[in-house]
Write a protein that binds this ligand. Sequence first.
Ligand SMILES: Cc1cc2nc3c(=O)[nH]c(=O)nc-3n(C[C@H](O)[C@H](O)[C@H](O)COP(=O)(O)O)c2cc1C
Length: 142
Amino acid sequence: MLKKRSPLPHGGEGGANQNPTEWKKIVEKSHALVLVLPEYNHSFPGELKLLLDSLWDEYKGKAVGLVGVSAGTFSGARVVDHIKPVLIELKLHPIKESVNIARVAEAVDENGEFVNAKTTEYTENMIREISSVSSALSTLQK
Ligand SMILES: Cc1cc2nc3c(=O)[nH]c(=O)nc-3n(C[C@H](O)[C@H](O)[C@H](O)COP(=O)(O)O)c2cc1C
C-alpha cells in the first residue's frame, strides 16, 4: 500500500527559503558552480537531486562545470550526461567541457595535484570556459 509522503522541496519551497541552508548561501554568493559527481548505478546520487531541487531563483543564469568521477574505469561519463537535463530545467547553464576522472582514488598525488597531466589540462580548459560563459551570461542579465 502506498503511503502519503510530504512533498519534496521544490522551487525554493519546503525549507530552503524559510531557513537558508548552507547550499543556498553557497549558490547565492557564487557566480558559477562546479559539481563533482560520483556515478552511482549509471546516474547521479539521489541526495544530489534533492539538494538541487531545494532551490530555484538562486540558480538563474549561472554556468556549471561538471566533473564526473568513478571508482573504476568508466570515469563518470554517464553521470555527466544524466545530470544535464536536470540542470537545464533549473535554468543553470552546464558547459560542454567536462572533466572525467576514472579510478578516482589514484587520481591525485600527495601534493593534491592530478597524476595525469591530461586531467589538469581538461580542468584548466573547463575553468576557462566557465569563466567566459559566466561573463557572457552576466551581460545578458543587465
Ligand atoms: C551503490 C553504488 C553504485 C555505484 N555505481 C557506479 C556506476 O554505475 N558507475 C561507476 O563508474 N561507479 C559506480 N560506483 C562507484 C562510485 O562512483 C564510487 O564509489 C565513487 O566515485 C567514489 O565516491 P564514494 O567514495 O562516495 O563512493 C558505485 C558505487 C556504489 C556504492
